[in-house]
Design a protein around this ligand. Structure first.
Ligand code: GDP
Length: 318
């Protein structure tokens, strides 16, 4: 039986991944923070309380659970938060990943068994990219505390790979679902569109409406991570749809799905939500993932938005 350890199991990706691994019959251990009580996780998941900022605790957890597969999905999940908490971001999203690689490497050395690791890397490592679309060879040059912490973890994945640990990094572009919290612009928009549709009035304050992002469907991105960790040759894989939309496009699609005409009457731009440095466009080239992992997205943009809006409308009905 496969034993898997998932950090960030309480988050969007962690919950989809845990469901998938449990359905496959794996023994799943999930790292949660003190006081965190994830709802809706399969009850088969063994929850372990700990912190990515605690290297000793992580080493202990890996020694105890003896996983075949480690998925590092934990850490600071938003760029916006990282500007407020840059030191915590470095400790948790940067050093925390390295602590896991090191624990995995030691377990592999001591047990003689193969331990495989998946690092959830991020498009933010490219910052304002010097080429479009970005691929695995694009210069790593982050422009936010979040991106810099993820860049360190990304580069250390390659260092441990060269040392003999099968650690793959999926460079994930934005991936959304009804499980996104409203700190992300997509869910903020779909929740507001649903509310405005129900109440017939209201406004939504946003930051940069012109930013363009490559948005995909979260369960598809989890599928890429599973394929990557089990691929015989560990590597970096860009996981993206290959197409961009603007924040304004997302707003238009969400309000249309909620049945609200003329979204511009309901949207204001608030400088509080405009970021100090925000890449104008991020788009990934998922060719390697397609060719090497046989991976592809299954849900188109309008359907992603539609599912999120329908979920938010249903929440208002109960
Ligand atoms: P991120 O790419 O992981 O930071 O995901 P987000 O969903 O938080 O942000 C995606 C894009 O939306 C970025 O370019 C933001 O600057 C932009 N954006 C515009 N208005 C907002 C807002 O009100 N909240 C957030 N979170 N992002 C916004």
């Amino acid at each position: 039986m496969t034993v898997a350890l998932v950090t960030g199991v309480a988050g969007q990706d962690g919950s989809y991944l845990a469901e998938r691994l449990v359905a496959e019959g794996a023994e799943v251990h999930g790292l949660v923070r003190e006081g965190e009580h994830p709802e809706g996780l399969p009850r088969e998941v063994g929850l372990c309380v700990g912190d990515l900022g605690d290297a000793e605790g992580l080493a202990d957890l890996v020694r105890r659970t003896r996983p075949d597969e480690i998925y590092n999905l934990g850490g600071i999940s938003s760029v916006a938060y990282s500007w407020q908490h840059p030191v915590e971001t470095g400790a948790v999203s940067g050093l925390g990943a390295v602590a896991l690689y090191d624990a995995a490497w030691r377990l592999q050395e001591d047990s003689g068994r193969t331990v495989r690791v998946l690092q959830a890397s991020s498009a933010e490592i490219f910052g304002t990219p010097d080429r479009t679309p970005q691929d695995e060879g694009t210069t790593v040059r982050p422009s936010s505390p979040y991106g810099a912490a993820k860049a360190y973890a990304h580069q250390m994945a390659a260092v441990y790979r060269a040392r003999g640990l099968g650690v793959s990094a999926c460079v994930l572009y934005n991936h959304e679902s009804p499980r996104r919290p409203e700190t992300f612009v997509t869910r903020k928009i779909t929740a507001a569109a649903a509310r405005i549709a129900r109440e017939g009035s209201g406004t939504l304050a946003l930051g940069n409406l012109d930013a363009r992002r490559d948005w995909g469907w979260a369960p598809d991105y989890v599928d890429a991570m599973v394929r990557a960790v089990r691929h015989p040759v560990a590597d970096d894989f860009v996981v993206a749809s290959g197409a961009t939309r603007s924040v304004a496009d997302f707003v238009a699609a969400a309000f249309a799905a909620a049945g609200v005409d003329d979204w511009s009457r309901h949207v204001t731009v608030d400088p509080r939500f405009v970021r100090p440095a925000d890449p104008a466009e991020q788009v990934g080239d998922p060719r390697r993932a397609r060719e090497e992992l046989g991976w592809g997205g299954t849900i188109a943009f309008d359907e992603i938005v539609g599912r999120m809006v329908r979920h938010d409308l249903a929440l208002l009905t109960v």
